[in-house]
Design a protein around this ligand. Structure first.
Ligand SMILES: *Cc1c(COP(=O)(O)O)cnc(C)c1O
Length: 414
């Protein structure tokens, strides 16, 4: 059976050959309930977003309260408490120096906003003609910043994702994470054309769960500063605890010029993103010349329900010390996965609430989804990566089921 005759078009899927997706009828805590009666532990937090679990009573309440007041209102010419409060709250909890918040509706758009901000930052300094040439970006190889045209240009440049579009996307500069010599050389040669460097700090998610050090980022930032190049942190995946600190930036010695949050920002309840900027960036837009204003404004930016649920989520995160939950998940993942040294396994990496088994070949993962389902776990590998990024509320017993499932799958290829 194929899904070609269906009206619903699925993401990253070949309808001719894809398996029929499993239907979820409800979700509670870490569990997904399927229409065939099975109950699966969500090992992926629905694309890394539902850190508080599903159907959280306090998040439900916050959303309901806001719904009854006002589900939506435009942010052009109008404002409202939920957006004002969330902006203040994000400034409070993010690294010192990030002082202004621009909302949008998804991580991709949040990153587009960051790139556009960086470009216009230099355009607005038109007294310095040289700055107007700064139209390009540096990105890390293996990075992912979303699926829209602008961010595709700074995403991984190898076969998997967006290489089909090579001719239409802007051409950018790519460096190997960790290689400072390469970055220094690139900046030396091209800094006059480069507006910003964009990175997923510490952990590159969708590109294959690659890790690099905070020391590398510290040095990279110094190089960027030397050449008047902005540093953008895409924390859409790493933000809200995933790498063990509230933000990956908290492990670095500096504050990025621009930072993007998404995914877990609303605990997976609503699509929303935030692009934060420092005074240095914001001040370049603040002028009596209207043309220096930032020309962007998604219809649903600052949606009151998204802001209300994000605010409540942040309260819960801090009140219930979610970072200690992440620390517990990390040590359990390390204990459980690091023994996984079978012939089909190329590498195992754990960082915060992320654990990945990299196989030597994608074919070793064929059938793993069904295998996991039979063990009460929802996992969805891609390419050669079998990974988990569970909700932070997962219990030790539940996480051990996820880990056992991953390890016993790999055992079979011995
Ligand atoms: C998921 C992701 C995005 C894109 O977010 P969407 O909400 O899917 O548009 C951008 N950057 C990173 C690091 C991500 O993981």
């Amino acid at each position: 059976m194929t899904t070609c005759s269906q009206s619903l078009w699925y993401p990253y899927a070949q309808h001719q050959t894809m398996a029929v997706p499993w239907k979820v009828v409800s979700a509670e805590g870490v569990y997904l309930n399927l229409d065939d009666g099975s109950r699966l532990i969500d090992g992926l937090s629905s694309w890394w977003s539902t850190i508080y679990g599903y159907n959280h009573p306090e998040l439900n309440q916050a959303l309901n309260d806001q719904l009854l007041k006002m589900p939506h209102v435009m942010l052009g010419g109008l404002t409202h408490d939920a957006a004002l409060q969330l902006a203040d709250r994000l400034v409070e909890i993010t690294p010192d120096g990030l002082t202004h918040v621009f909302f949008s509706d998804s991580g991709s758009v949040g990153c587009e906003v960051a790139m556009k901000m960086a470009l216009q930052y230099f355009i607005n300094q038109d007294s310095n003609q040289r700055c107007a040439d700064k139209t390009q970006f540096i990105a890390l190889k293996g990075g992912y910043h979303g699926d829209t045209l602008g961010v595709m240009s700074v995403g991984t440049d190898d076969e998997a994702m967006h290489s089909l579009f090579k001719r239409v996307v802007f051409s950018q500069h790519f460096v190997d994470p960790g290689d400072l010599g390469q970055l220094a050389h690139l900046l030396e040669e091209n800094h006059q054309q480069i507006a910003a460097m964009i990175v997923e700090p510490l952990m590159q998610g969708a590109g294959g769960f690659l890790l690099h050090s905070a020391a590398y980022l510290n040095q990279a930032k110094q190089l960027c500063d030397r050449y008047n190049v902005l540093m953008i942190f895409d924390e859409v995946a790493t933000g809200f605890g995933r790498t063990g600190t509230l933000f990956a930036a908290d492990q670095c010695d500096f504050t990025p010029d621009i930072m993007v949050l998404g995914k877990a920002l609303t605990g997976g309840y609503m699509g929303h993103a935030a692009t934060l900027a420092t005074d240095r960036v914001f001040d370049a837009f603040c002028s009596d010349d209207f043309h220096k204003a930032f020309m962007h404004g998604p219809t649903f930016m600052g949606n009151p329900m998204a802001c209300a649920v994000a605010l409540k989520g942040i309260d819960i995160f801090l009140r219930d010390d979610y970072l200690s939950k992440v620390a517990g998940i990390e040590s359990q993942l390390k204990r459980g996965l690091c023994s996984c040294s079978f012939s089909c396994v190329k590498d195992v990496r754990v960082n915060g609430a992320m654990g990945v088994i990299e196989m030597s070949d994608p074919r070793y993962l064929k059938g793993v989804q069904q295998f996991a389902k039979e063990r009460g776990v929802w996992l969805r590998p891609f390419d050669r990566y079998l990974y988990t990024m569970p909700p932070y509320i997962i219990s030790e017993l539940e996480l051990s089921k996820v880990i056992d499932c991953m390890v016993s799958w790999c055992q079979r290829c011995e």
